[in-house]
Each structure stands twice: as structure tokens, then as C-alpha cells.
Design a protein around this ligand. Structure first.
Ligand code: GTP
Ligand code: MG
Length: 196
């Protein structure tokens, strides 16, 4: 898709605050700081539409980005951010769970994993959850600029093997610095959306 018109459509923490026009949603999940908000900016050709930060725990609400009036990209708070008060962490957990379990317009969930690291237990749980609920598995291995090109396939294999991915499940290396992988990701989304 060629993206020109994007905007922040809604910011919320509970279902009543989310858009009610039933456009399909693609949500991005993953550990705090993995690069969810940066990926959204990269895919939408915007530098700072979604707020990013070098310290984890930046995104704390559920943010809906209207893409060409066709769909929403949904930026979620990351998991595994331990520095916040326990009560806050519980609230975020509940907010994310409610969204993932109950949101009818949620069509795809993209799991982001830092290409440098072996998937964590939380990543594995998320992966298993996606499979259990029959979501198509699409993993984005972020921060690909941080490893040597010659090491790329080794890192991708580590992620695949740790999660136990099967051959038909997708994994794409992406960098928000070089935009490597961007076209491949859009091709997948265009397919999901049925766009020529
Ligand atoms: P939370 O909102 O806390 O869950 O984090 P997030 O997953 O939205 O991460 P965010 O996009 O805010 O990025 C975290 C940090 O990683 C920022 O400093 C980004 O600039 C950096 N970053 C994100 N993607 C990449 C990438 O592909 N390459 C490099 N080198 N840095 C990246
Ligand atoms: Mg974020």
C-alpha cells in the first residue's frame, strides 16, 4: 500500500475508548523497547507519529493510528517492563489482555522480537497464545542494523528454533534505521487486507 494519510485516531485504556467504526486492526506486540512504536513510524513514513524512547515503558496506552481510512495500526505497551509499580504493571496487563481477547476488529497480531536476543519466556508465551487463537504467525525481528549481515541467518534461526516455528510461519528482519524489511512487511499486510 502507498501510505500518505495517517493520523492518531484514538488513545485509550479501555474498550469504550477505542474506535467504534469496525475497521480492521493490526496490532504490534512485544517486549518493552523492542521497537513497536518505531516500526509503526517506519511503516507509515513518519518520524515521530508514534512516540518512542530509548528507555523501556514509553507507550502506556493503546494508540490507534488510522491508515488511509482503511485500517488501524495499534501500538500497545510492551511487556516485561519491571520498573513500574506492581499495581501499574497489573493494570497494563489487564488492559492488553482485554484488548487482545475481546477486540472484535482485531485481525492480525504481529510479534516483535529483538534480532540480537533469544526469545524470552514472555515471547514464547505470546507466540503460543497466537497459535492457540489461530492467528497467522508473523514475527518481525527488529534492530537488524545492530548485527552484521553475515550473522543475520544465524540470528533468525535462533529465534525460529527457540520458538519452534514451522516452515510456513513468517519471520522478517527489520531495521527502523535502514528500513530493511519494510517492503516485505507491507507485502504481507497488503495480502492480509486483500489489496492488489
Ligand atoms: P515501549 O513503548 O516501551 O513498549 O517500546 P517500543 O517497543 O515501542 O520501542 P520504541 O519504538 O520506543 O524503541 C525503543 C528504542 O529502540 C528507541 O531508542 C528506538 O530508537 C530504538 N530502536 C527501535 N527500532 C530500532 C532499530 O531497528 N534499530 C536501532 N538501532 N534502534 C531501534
Ligand atoms: Mg512504544
Amino acid at each position: 500500500m502507498e501510505v500518505n494519510n495517517v493520523s492518531l485516531a484514538a488513545v485509550g485504556v479501555k474498550l469504550e475508548q477505542y474506535p467504534d467504526d469496525n475497521k480492521p486492526e493490526i496490532a504490534f506486540v512485544g517486549k518493552s523497547n523492542v521497537g513497536k512504536s518505531s516500526l509503526i513510524n517506519g511503516l507509515l513514513n513518519r518520524k515521530s507519529l508514534a512516540r518512542t524512547s530509548s528507555s523501556p515503558g514509553k507507550t502506556r496506552t493503546i494508540n490507534f493510528y488510522n491508515v488511509e481510512d482503511l485500517l488501524y495500526f495499534v501500538d500497545l505497551p510492551g511487556y516485561g517492563y519491571a520498573k513500574a509499580p506492581k499495581s501499574e504493571i497489573r493494570k497494563w496487563g489487564k488492559m492488553i489482555e482485554d484488548y487482545l481477547y475481546k477486540r472484535e476488529s482485531l485481525k492480525s497480531i504481529i510479534l516483535l522480537i529483538d534480532i540480537r536476543h533469544q526469545p524470552s519466556n514472555n515471547d514464547k508465551m505470546m507466540y503460543e497464545w497466537l497459535k492457540h487463537y489461530n492467528y497467522e504467525i508473523i514475527i518481525i525481528a527488529t534492530k537488524a542494523d545492530k548485527i552484521k549481515r553475515s550473522q543475520l541467518s544465524k540470528h533468525i534461526s535462533t529465534i525460529k528454533n527457540t520458538l519452534g516455528m514451522s516452515f510456513n510461519e513468517k519471520i522478517i528482519a527489520y531495521s527502523s534505521m535502514t528500513k530493511q524489511g519494510k517492503q516485505e512487511i507491507w507485502n504481507i499486510f497488503d495480502d492480509l487486507l486483500g489489496i492488489e
